[in-house]
Write a protein that binds this ligand. Structure first.
Ligand SMILES: *Cc1c(COP(=O)(O)O)cnc(C)c1O
Length: 353
């Protein structure tokens, strides 16, 4: 606390990202990064862009990237907004579209940036508890609200709602914006982007950090009716006109164009996930059904914080959340086959002690 701080800063509880320690030979399964590197075509495109032209500002509208995303999803470029990671896109969404007289609804257990943005932008909100199976129960959203945001698959549970269920939610709330954060949808879900044609209140958020292996490049986007996109552009152009640099635009265009690499690596993550779940089940873990590149697991006889600490002592990082309802779970990112096997071996030793 400092007397020089703005009053709002004194009230903030910032988001805490998973740690990025500088330890060598670490098995890092704590921040949902992709174990596969980005497509080789991405690296070539970034190298080609590393030229004298870096002295020039990038295209403030990143038109090439918007056109690439639009062509990929069969929509128009004016239905796309791009930003410096989907966290930045989400920040603009909270300010431009989710701040109303009536409260924004989101789950008690979901991406923890949502409450953080509420405090930053003063967004009234009401938390809707997941049911006893850690699922979103749509009937619980049948209440007056100013907007809704859900992560699908949800984080950190990994549990997926079907497109039919999202459509029911949209039909029940035609007069408020419904945001669906699909950060993990490529690992077992189906995007609801095609629904934007019929639901002008639907905004879908994607990131290139997870399924496109580009967490370090910082690119995310939102897709929806041009009126929603215009609101985001108004905020962006009052904040930072050049959110995506030249390297990010070149690299993300190449990533979206390399469909075969994308499919192969997503399938690789899914295959490893299924093996990891089987291994953990054999050790007695309960694992929630995951459609993401992580799993959420607990052991009925072993305290999760202790397990996480014991893994850390073996140079394996997983994510543990202190929040009461989930403090007996571990969120484990899907690494390579070898990393996941090392994790199962380590857990077996820890549990046997
Ligand atoms: C990782 C993640 C994001 C943010 O990704 P960026 O790296 O900022 O693009 C957004 N939403 C959810 C649910 C996530 O897990």
């Amino acid at each position: 606390m400092s007397r020089f701080w703005s009053p709002i800063v004194q009230t903030l509880t910032p988001y805490v990202p998973g740690e990025q320690p500088k330890i060598t030979n670490l098995i890092k399964l704590n921040t949902n990064e992709n174990p596969f590197g980005p497509s080789p075509r991405v690296l070539e495109a970034i190298k080609a862009e590393t030229a004298d032209t870096l002295r020039l500002y990038p295209d403030p509208n990143a038109d090439r990237l918007k056109q690439t995303i639009a062509a990929y999803h069969g929509i128009a470029a004016n239905e796309v907004f791009v930003g410096n990671g989907s966290d930045e896109v989400l920040a603009h969404v909270f300010m431009a579209l989710l701040n109303h007289e009536k409260p924004l609804l989101f789950a008690d257990i979901t991406y923890s940036f949502y409450p953080t943005y509420c405090s930053l932008y003063g967004v009234k909100h009401r938390v809707v508890p997941l049911d006893e199976n850690m699922r979103i129960r749509l009937a619980d959203y049948d209440q007056e609200c100013g907007a809704i945001i859900i992560a699908n698959p949800n984080a950190p549970t990994g549990i997926l709602l079907s497109t039919a269920e999202i459509e029911l939610l949209l039909q029940a709330h035609p007069d408020v914006v419904v945001v669906v954060d699909e950060a993990y949808v490529d690992f077992g879900g189906e995007t609801v982007i095609p629904l934007i044609k019929r639901y002008p209140n639907l905004l879908v958020i994607h990131t290139l950090s997870k399924s496109r292996s580009l967490a370090g490049l910082r690119v995310g986007f939102a897709v929806g009716h041009p009126e929603l996109i215009e609101a985001l552009d108004r905020v962006k152009n009052s904040f930072n006109s050049y959110p995506l640099d030249r390297l990010a635009i070149a690299g993300s265009v190449a990533a979206i164009e390399d469909e075969s690499y994308f499919r192969r690596t997503c399938q690789g993550v899914i295959d490893t996930r299924e093996k990891l779940v089987a291994g953990l089940n054999l050790l007695g873990f309960d694992v929630l059904p995951s459609a993401a590149n992580f799993i959420f697991a607990r052991h009925p006889q072993h305290d999760a914080a202790t397990l996480a600490a014991n893994l850390r002592a073996k140079a394996i990082l997983v994510r543990h959340f202190k929040q009461e309802r989930i403090n007996q779970y571990l969120r484990i990112s899907i690494g390579t086959d070898a990393e996941c096997e090392a994790l199962v071996d380590a857990l077996q030793q820890i549990i046997a002690q």
